[in-house]
Design a protein around this ligand. Sequence first.
Ligand SMILES: CCCCCCCCCCCCC[C@H](O)CC(=O)SCCNC(=O)CCNC(=O)[C@H](O)C(C)(C)COP(=O)(O)OP(=O)(O)OC[C@H]1O[C@@H](n2cnc3c(N)ncnc32)[C@H](O)[C@@H]1OP(=O)(O)O
Ligand SMILES: NC(=O)c1ccc[n+]([C@@H]2O[C@H](COP(=O)([O-])OP(=O)(O)OC[C@H]3O[C@@H](n4cnc5c(N)ncnc54)[C@H](O)[C@@H]3O)[C@@H](O)[C@H]2O)c1
Length: 283
Amino acid sequence: MAKTIAVVGAGLMGSGIAQSVAMAKKSVRLYDISEAALEKGIALIQKSLSRFVKAGKLTEQDAQQTLQRIRTGTDLQEVVEGADVVIEAVPEDLSLKKDVFQKLDRYTKREAILATNTSELSVTAIAAATTRPDKVIGMHWFNPAPVMKLIEIVKGETTSEETVAVIQQLSEEIGKETVIVKDRQGFFTTRAIAAHMIECIRMYEEGVASAEDIDKAVRLGLNYPMGPLELADMVGLDTMLFVSENLTEAYGDRFRAPQILRKLVEAGHLGRKTGKGFYTYNE
Ligand SMILES: CCCCCCCCCCCCC[C@H](O)CC(=O)SCCNC(=O)CCNC(=O)[C@H](O)C(C)(C)COP(=O)(O)OP(=O)(O)OC[C@H]1O[C@@H](n2cnc3c(N)ncnc32)[C@H](O)[C@@H]1OP(=O)(O)O
Ligand SMILES: NC(=O)c1ccc[n+]([C@@H]2O[C@H](COP(=O)([O-])OP(=O)(O)OC[C@H]3O[C@@H](n4cnc5c(N)ncnc54)[C@H](O)[C@@H]3O)[C@@H](O)[C@H]2O)c1
């Protein structure tokens, strides 16, 4: 059984993953490259825990204990040594992820499992950067991690059945449902959501309807929990663009980013995390 979990990257997803694991009463070690990034991650966790407390799903004491289970640090070796499973959640860049996995391979015990939360990159390529490709796997969470029910388990070409079983059990212990998919660019869920979002953003760019009306139409007419533009702002427009570029390389123009997305990213408007994207936020 995986007892101690390390999470690498304390951004939107890493913070939510650390919180979800700590809520399942496991010890979590959380790494990021700076204290400022760790503070931001902890602030996100505190905000989410307060929502659970406010909704009566968690007591104030549970929330405090959850926070206490998360130990943070900016020394990667110190944070990950001793971990049974490491979950990586750094930005969606293959060379960065390979670099991080090479270090994880050096710093962790031989039997540790190394999981990536990549949205669509090749798990097999990331595994090849290590000396234990059988212990590398995709553990694809959804945003917001503490609320969403699914984990998409991605079996790389070299991932062992034993590794799949450990991650499936860990996911269940955290209270998530799982699906197991092949390692193909975009897996299942990212290809599916990208096809929907990209067409909606193209229609926005063409002026078919306003942002508000596109989101309203999808929420009320199609019964999705969120419209595509508000969802893009929640995911982060930088992540959207990285994903679009990688999917375009694999599948061609059908995933090419509309100009509007590129311009918003160039302007530093990355969605909720910077206060502006398709919408403006005052949080
Ligand atoms: C443009 C061209 C490019 C095209 C190619 C690229 C496209 C690629 C796109 C994908 C990129 C990466 C994808 C990624 O790898 C995978 C993903 O994560 S995809 C996104 C998945 N997530 C969703 O789809 C979310 C959909 N939304 C929802 O399910 C809900 O709206 C919500 C977010 C759960 C809730 O939203 P709210 O608006 O806040 O609604 P409520 O206030 O009513 O909340 C409901 C309920 O949930 C509780 N809650 C919400 N958030 C949190 C939180 N962070 N922490 C704790 N609790 C939370 C809230 O308290 C409510 O509880 P209740 O009152 O019901 O008890
Ligand atoms: N945003 C989403 O909705 C979503 C959902 C599922 C999966 N993902 C995937 O999760 C990963 C992270 O996405 P995010 O939205 O959390 O990004 P983010 O930008 O919010 O967070 C990334 C974090 O990684 C840190 N970081 C950068 N370089 C690092 C390094 N070398 N070592 C450790 N940490 C480093 C950054 O400081 C930042 O805190 C990506 O692969 C993304 O595709 C994102």
